[in-house]
Ligand binder design. Sequence first.
Ligand SMILES: N[C@@H](CCC(=O)N[C@@H](CS)C(=O)NCC(=O)O)C(=O)O
Length: 257
Amino acid sequence: MINHFINVYTSTLVSSLTGWKGTTGSRKTEQPEKEIVLFDREGCPDCRSVRQVITELNLDVKILPCPEGGTRFKHTLKEVSGSVQIPCLVDENTGQKLISKEIIIEYLFNEYGKKAVPQKYSGTRFDGVINWTSQLLRGGRGEKARSSLMPEKPLTLYSFESSPFSRPVRELLCELEIPYTMVSLGKQQSADMGPAAFRFHRGPYKPVKDSKRERFLAEHGDVMVPYLEDPNTGEKLFQSKKILNYLQRTYGQAGNK
Ligand SMILES: N[C@@H](CCC(=O)N[C@@H](CS)C(=O)NCC(=O)O)C(=O)O
């Protein structure tokens, strides 16, 4: 319980330190037909910058985790891009295979945001110290592989990049090298702001019309992330702590923390 509190608390500090980038989600972007794939490491600052833009553009992407020491997707990564460098983005809609965060971010804004990279996402001279402090605060979570069982089908996680409750789940998915579709549920209006239990907005919650949030509310009666679906077991879960326990129990292997 205390461990989980500290986990979420330091995750909140990281979101604050990174200026809560990756909180808002565009109302305009259209999801492309084919799945965009991101070879990603949750604890890697360059990958985080890319994921912030993915939330900002309200895109859903397939995450193939490549933690240090991981072997599951490294071979595919090398085949696809000729190197093991991450982040690496593969977009079958346009035939692009891209490495390096600057190139990926520019591509995503041009292709899906129909605009140039906003100032907010072009980096600052404080990035080095912010990244170093963030990694320190997370104590190396989301960086190194642990042995795990490979699910037959990819999982689905609803989240947005800065969500303090979702980060620990993404970190564990990365450590366990579990592939998943990351559905972005960034905040699209002021009424979306705040934790699910006490939204800053008063009155009944109404998401933006015809949005993913509206569909999520219709299906679940609330909008709250993280939310995990596992088609391998039929499990559908809210609550970060429950999800972490579930992942560890189902895919983590004995001898690991
Ligand atoms: N107790 C929940 C809290 C989840 C929560 O409050 N998540 C926030 C995002 S970090 C949320 O869903 N806010 C409402 C929203 O985004 O509409 C958990 O541990 O998962």
